[in-house]
Design a protein around this ligand. Structure first.
Ligand code: FAD
Length: 471
């Protein structure tokens, strides 16, 4: 019998006060009973509006029906036909603007918790299944994938399944892209991503870390080494800065650097190789998901006060509501309608060797109000004259967006990019202006989402397969 509750089955989670000081996952996942209860809220609509909201078209009602039948492995197999990273997507996809936004149960009450069910199914599979992944027989064609984020992993996985010999070249020492260096452990445990990487390796994918394409090797070198096609999924990891005085002071980080030091370089440990702030007051400038991750990480690293400084209001703040709510519960302080104008530093003219010289002592901000809408319809923030004040902070983390790194473009002849540095590709194939070179994910679109990067990896894998098999 259908469960007609207007609300989602609640997701168990750690208490805010406890979790604000540890890096364990915030939400702990559905039990089988909870998953069944939530699955029974799905009405199995004939026209499947939820599927149209999913960028990779997961057959949502079909997998939920399997849950209702208690066939959790069957449910996983349904998802796996369309998505190669369900444990990741179930945790970090913005379902509220995708599949769940189309769910009819959302008209009167909350939509079905599709993301929560996806996560349950993927975790169940990872815990119980021992089956080796099935691949087509080797077809002898070799493909290089640059970058091991969701676009690269998806492209590599689809090609390996189809019998291609795939090598992933990753600049960092660990595979996973933003999934490991950006998104913190408390939202996406590294072990989950590692499991996905291990699955690819079990399919025969080789992963070469510490390989910067454009420095260690170029795209031309890859072709000379015998790769017949190259997929570029190098992301958008180049941070933007505000261009205000004081941005080069000690204690100012880009969110990418701050999160990478914490996530990958274990800066939270005693005597780390790459130290990071461990206390004091921290200002995070920006209002996106990345800003929320940086703020919540700072809290867990021991900050006394953590401020989100955002120049618009809560209505325009782009981060997912769930992340904002979690951040507020944990004690992050939102300073909305405020904009930094200068970062202030310590200067002891009497002692040039004073170690405190050049460290952050505060951030001068100005209050803002919302004016006329801009070209995107968002009300433009306008400074309130004479409203400057100094926020007492020791660390500033800048999280105002990132762009694709120009390294690969500058070392690859014939690769066209747009004015924002995104690689230009043909829609529907991911083919670039250079024959045999494909691209997808943030390297093409600029900073976007995990699922859109995965979708692009899938599209390119299909196009590469057609290109090489028809050659
Ligand atoms: C902190 C943070 C939180 C986020 N939270 C969410 C979220 O909750 N939900 C969501 O959907 N999206 C989120 N995003 C966005 C999402 O993670 C990205 O859109 C997605 O990871 C893009 O995937 P990608 O494969 O294109 O690139 P990336 O994940 O950026 O991977 C690119 C990889 O390429 C490597 N690389 C770069 N240059 C080279 C080179 N020259 N040679 C070899 N390797 C190279 C990089 O080291 C990296 O590992 C978040 C992003 C950040 C930064």
């Amino acid at each position: 019998m259908a469960n007609m509750s207007l609300n989602k089955t609640p997701m168990p989670e750690q208490e805010p006060k406890v979790r604000a000081r540890n890096f364990d996952e915030v939400t702990t996942g559905y039990t089988e009973e909870m998953a069944l209860n939530e699955a029974l809220r799905c009405l199995n609509c004939k026209n499947m509006p939820c599927v149209t909201g999913c960028p990779v078209n997961v057959h949502i009602p079909e997998f939920i029906t399997k849950i209702k039948e208690g066939d959790f492995e069957g449910a996983y197999q349904v998802i796996n036909k369309s998505s190669s990273l369900p444990a990741v997507c179930g945790r970090v996809c913005p379902q509220e603007t995708q599949c769940e936004s189309k769910c009819v149960r959302g008209i009167k009450g909350e939509p079905v918790g599709i993301g929560r069910l996806e996560r349950f199914v993927a975790d169940w599979h990872n815990m119980h299944s021992t089956e080796a992944p099935v691949t087509e027989p080797a077809n002898g064609h070799r493909v290089a994938v640059v970058g091991s984020g969701p676009s690269g992993l998806t492209c590599a996985g689809d090609l390996a399944k189809a019998g291609f010999e795939v090598t992933v070249f990753e600049a960092l020492h660990m595979a996973g892209g933003v999934l490991v260096y950006g998104i913190p452990e408390f939202r996406l445990p590294k072990a989950i991503v590692q499991k996905e990487v291990d699955n690819l390796k079990a399919m025969g994918v080789k992963v070469e870390t510490n390989m910067i394409i454009g420095k260690t090797l170029t795209v031309d070198d890859l072709f000379e080494m015998g790769f017949e096609a190259v997929f570029i999924g190098s992301g958008a990891g180049l941070p933007n800065f505000m261009g205000i005085p004081g941005e080069s002071l000690k204690g100012v980080y880009s969110a990418n650097e701050f999160l990478t030091r914490s996530n990958l370089m274990k800066a939270y440990k005693a005597n780390p190789v790459t130290p990071i702030m461990k206390g004091g007051n921290v200002a995070v400038v920006g209002g996106g998901n990345v800003a929320m991750d940086a703020a919540r990480t700072a809290l867990r690293l021991g900050a006394e006060n953590v401020y989100i400084v955002y120049r618009r209001s809560m209505e325009e703040l782009p981060a997912r509501r769930e992340e904002v709510e979690h951040a507020m519960e944990e004690g992050i302080q939102f300073m909305l309608l405020n904009n930094p104008v200068e970062i202030l530093g310590y200067n002891n003219p009497d002692d040039k060797r004073d170690p405190k010289n050049g460290t952050v002592t505060g951030m001068k901000c100005i209050r803002m109000e919302l004016g006329e809408p801009d070209e995107r319809g968002r009300r433009r923030p306008v400074e309130v004259a004479g409203s400057e004040f100094v926020l007492d902070v020791d660390t500033v983390v800048i999280s105002i967006g990132t762009s694709p790194n120009p390294l690969i473009k500058s070392t690859t002849a014939g690769l066209d990019v747009n004015k924002r540095g995104g690689i230009i590709v043909e829609e529907g194939t991911g083919a670039t202006s250079r024959d045999g070179v494909y691209a997808g994910g943030d390297a093409v679109t600029g900073a976007a989402t995990v699922i859109s990067a995965m979708g692009a990896g899938k599209v390119a894998a299909k196009a590469i397969s057609d290109y090489l098999l028809e050659k």
